[in-house]
Design a protein. Structure first.
Length: 157
């Protein structure tokens, strides 16, 4: 059951992403919520601008969903280990890309939804960005740890 302890967040988030791929989250349905909010925030914006912003928000949601999924997958792969390996990051990216492709394939069967290769690319880019951030955080922590070790090794005056 140890695997479930480290993998349940990624599995749960994958279920959330799948829920976002249902007919409840079609562009038409989300526009009923997002467009009025945008209109309230930007009362002088044209209708075409509001719909363009709605489209951008939806694409940013794709990026964000898969950014989070990628981090959770890395958490599962690392299974509590503190070190970092390029192979783990690449595996997380591959899983994200595969899940994104399956999700888009699924959407091709959902009324009101369409499958788009560009969405898979946005999703995968979110996964790559997450791995880059995770790698930078790990590198920063390593540098800080080395600096701390050097400071503590200096003779006290």
């Amino acid at each position: 059951m140890r695997w479930l302890k480290v993998w349940w967040p990624a599995l749960a988030w994958a279920v959330v992403i799948s829920a976002f791929s249902t007919g409840l989250f079609t562009s038409e349905n989300t526009s009923r919520v997002i467009i009025p909010i945008l209109h309230w925030l930007l009362p002088h914006a044209s209708t075409s601008t509001l719909f363009r912003l709605h489209h951008i928000i939806r694409k940013c949601a794709h990026f964000t969903e898969y950014f989070i999924l990628s981090l959770l997958i890395l958490r599962g792969i690392r299974a509590g280990r503190r070190d970092a390996r390029l192979g783990w990051a690449l595996a997380a990216i591959a899983i994200v890309a595969g899940y994104a492709a399956l999700d888009e394939f699924h959407q091709s069967f959902v009324p009101g939804r369409t499958a788009a290769v560009t969405d898979v690319l946005i999703d995968t880019t979110g996964g790559i960005a997450a791995q880059l951030v995770a790698g930078l955080v790990m590198l920063w922590g390593h540098v800080r740890h080395k600096q701390s070790e050097q400071e503590s090794a200096k003779p006290r005056a």
